[in-house]
Design a protein around this ligand. Structure first.
Ligand code: SF4
Length: 490
């Protein structure tokens, strides 16, 4: 079942074109034409980016998908399926309805696959044995490096697999490479990294979260080797990404990279973006595990010359403080990439959608990680993640500051009027500071954190967040969350 991505003849085409569609088609031609990859009667699965209901450039460019579907049909493909798991908590059905994916692909003669089975969520009266049968038909248990994951059968049973990836900047891996796109081919429950503390190893210092994530991403990529890989960086979101945020900027590079080995395609993409392979944990892990081609000299490069192209892209803020969320003072302790990534999105989301709300709620102290410094402001203290919550349980700011100030004032009063002596020892009840918002999780879920933030500020004090929250709820209701747990691969 497991296929190594070792490709003796890695070929990658670098194309500079007038449109992304042209770039993709020219790239395929340079590699020998679509018939080199797709045979008459093939079932093809196209894995694309389907993150949030934002459209391009959060998700793959529709024109690129259209060109790809048409090419596969021209080569005689019998069935063309497209699919991906979106961000946790969102159903494919909801995103498809918002973006019109199902009908769009249908008119092109292809089919959107509801990998999460969300096309069944509104059907009534499905009995448990029917549910079991559908789930069994949808997924196979695959063992990969001694770990079991559920992998969609439609992908396993397809004759050909195409990865088409929209490149944008990304906070953990600098940019989202095709190998990262591949990871969302498995259900969110299996993408999750559980905190696994090894004896004698410092989880946070070693950033074990990232190590485990990197290892899993590369392992999953070996389950089924893609036949054709496309990194579309014709347009690339830089500065803040990979989603549309206030500081996201669309840059035009005119480039599309097409090849037959995902690691080789990603390596060339990084090279063109002036990112050294030693700075890419994914490429290094692939090299360690001997997955794919990680040596540029072993790649047959077609099209543009690699030395003629150099793209300078502004990457995501490397420090949370640099996101510059208004009215947020950030105090960090020790934290790993799990919290770092979620906090990056949380702070960018707030910056994008809550500018007005933050005028009503100034002076927020955002604490993250184990043993952070004391908050700068005491009006609103936000504790992000389990490490932060647990390590600050006994800190003085956890007490009601007004009460403490009152106690201090009383003590000084008593000192002033020394005559008033009391033999009774006053019971000092410690009142908890209610100006603290705990956002639990390892790491916290962004959308659940935003719901807690809305409850904390109150609807009146955060009208923008209230509005956005209503919109998000219509895409990601409690009912959808429950259905996802029932119907995904669990
Ligand atoms: S709570 Fe955050 S910082 Fe702590 S281990 Fe979990 S993800 Fe890492």
């Amino acid at each position: 079942m497991i296929e190594k991505l070792n490709s003796e003849n890695a070929e990658v085409a670098i194309i500079k074109g007038n449109t992304p569609k042209e770039g993709v088609l020219e790239g395929i031609e340079k590699l020998g034409g679509i018939s080199k990859f797709i045979n008459e009667g093939d079932q093809v699965f196209i894995k694309f980016n389907l993150n949030l209901p934002h459209g391009f450039p959060t998700n793959t460019n529709f024109n690129v998908l259209k060109a790809l579907i048409k090419s596969c049909k021209k080569a005689g493909a019998d069935k063309i399926y497209l699919g991906s798991f979106p961000v946790k908590g969102f159903s494919i059905y909801a995103i498809s309805n918002l973006l019109g994916l199902h009908n769009y692909f249908k008119t092109l003669g292809a089919e959107l696959v509801y990998l999460d089975n969300s096309n069944y969520y509104n059907q009534k009266g499905i009995k448990s044995d029917k549910l079991k049968e559908i789930k069994e038909k949808s997924f196979s248990k695959v063992e990969v490096y001694n770990k079991e994951v559920k992998f969609p059968n439609v992908v396993l049973n397809s004759d050909k697999l195409i990865l088409v990836n929209q490149v944008n900047v990304e906070p953990l891996f600098k940019c989202n490479l095709s190998i990262l796109n591949y990871y969302s081919i498995i259900p969110n429950a299996y993408q999750k990294i559980d905190k696994n503390v090894r004896v004698g190893k410092d989880y946070l210092f070693l950033d074990q979260y990232k190590q485990d994530l990197v290892s899993k991403i590369i392992d999953i990529s070996t389950i089924k080797k893609p036949d054709l890989v496309i990194n579309d960086l014709f347009y690339i979101m830089e500065e803040a990404g990979p989603y549309i945020y206030k500081d996201s900027k669309l840059k035009t590079t005119g480039l599309v990279i097409v090849g037959n080995d995902p690691i080789a395609v990603d390596l060339i993409t990084l090279n063109l973006m002036n990112i050294n392979k030693v700075d890419s944990k994914l490429i290094l892990e692939a090299q360690n595990k001997r997955v794919g081609i990680t040596d540029i000299s072993k790649i047959n490069i077609l099209g543009e010359k690699i030395e003629d192209i150099s793209i300078n892209v502004s990457l995501c803020a490397s420090k949370l403080e640099n996101i510059k969320t208004p009215n947020f003072s950030i105090r960090s302790g020790r934290f790993c990439s799990g919290c770092s990534k979620q906090a990056y999105h949380f702070l960018n989301f707030i910056k994008m959608h809550m500018e007005k709300d933050l005028k009503y709620n100034p002076k927020n102290s955002f604490l993250i990680g184990e043993n952070p410094l004391d908050p700068e402001y005491f009006e609103h203290i936000i504790l992000f993640g389990d490490c932060c919550i647990n390590s600050t349980k006994n800190r003085s700011f956890r007490e009601d500051m007004k009460r403490s100030h009152k106690n201090v004032a009383n003590e000084s009063k008593q000192k002033k009027f020394k005559k008033v002596k009391s033999t009774k020892k006053g019971k000092t009840k410690v009142k908890l500071n209610k100006k603290i918002l705990e956002l639990p999780g390892c790491p916290p879920d962004i959308f659940s954190s935003l719901e807690l933030l809305l409850d904390y500020y109150g609807k009146k004090n955060s009208p923008n967040l209230k509005l956005i929250s209503e919109i998000i709820k219509s895409w990601r209701s409690q009912q959808t969350k429950e259905k996802l747990e029932l119907w995904e691969a669990l």
